[in-house]
Design a binder for this molecule. Structure first.
Ligand code: FES
Length: 167
């Protein structure tokens, strides 16, 4: 490792990185071992809800893996996000069963209700909307998931009430 970063710093989008905490994840939980790269990235994402670029650069130095390789892993797997996500993740099912039962109207209503204007995440970082292929409960379509809560047979008119439950 070439250089020790300050214990805390601020990067883009006001994400404060706690490097002592990051050291704990990388060293104590995963033994500074490049073989654990995926699990380290999962732990970082759990902590920040996405993979801040500064953490990837720091990780590259710590486990002696090129940044480009770590960045590649972060972009390859759909489970990782390099963009900040909202506190609540709304997954809207884009599968056929949900689509034919009005999923598109539900999606439009969510976008309107949250004023997304083509973006995925609300300005206040309260919600991120993501499209997914089949949540696995097609008979309940149209289906959305908010975090781990499944909301089945949801109508466009119910969207507002459902979203109000999430801070
Ligand atoms: S198609 Fe929507 S849950 Fe399967």
């Amino acid at each position: 490792m070439n250089e020790v970063s300050p214990s805390k710093a601020t990067e883009e989008k006001e994400v404060e990185i706690d490097y002592l905490e990051l050291d704990k994840i990388i060293e104590e939980e995963f033994g500074n071992d490049k073989e654990n790269l995926i699990m380290i990235l999962q732990a970082i994402q759990r902590r920040y809800n996405f993979l801040p670029q500064a953490t990837l650069k720091y990780l590259a130095e710590k486990i002696d893996v090129p940044y480009s390789q770590i960045y590649g892993v972060g972009t390859f797997y759909a489970t990782f996000s390099l963009e900040p996500k909202g506190r609540n993740i709304i997954s809207i099912c884009l599968g056929t069963a949900c689509h034919v039962r009005g999923g598109e109207r539900v999606r439009e209503r969510i976008e309107d209700t949250l004023n997304l204007n083509g973006k995925k995440t609300t300005e206040d970082m309260r919600f991120t909307l993501e499209g997914v292929r089949c949540i696995g409960c097609c008979s309940l379509g149209p289906v959305i998931k908010v975090n781990e809560d499944v909301h089945g047979r949801i109508g466009a008119d119910e969207v507002k009430k459902v979203l109000e439950k999430y801070e």
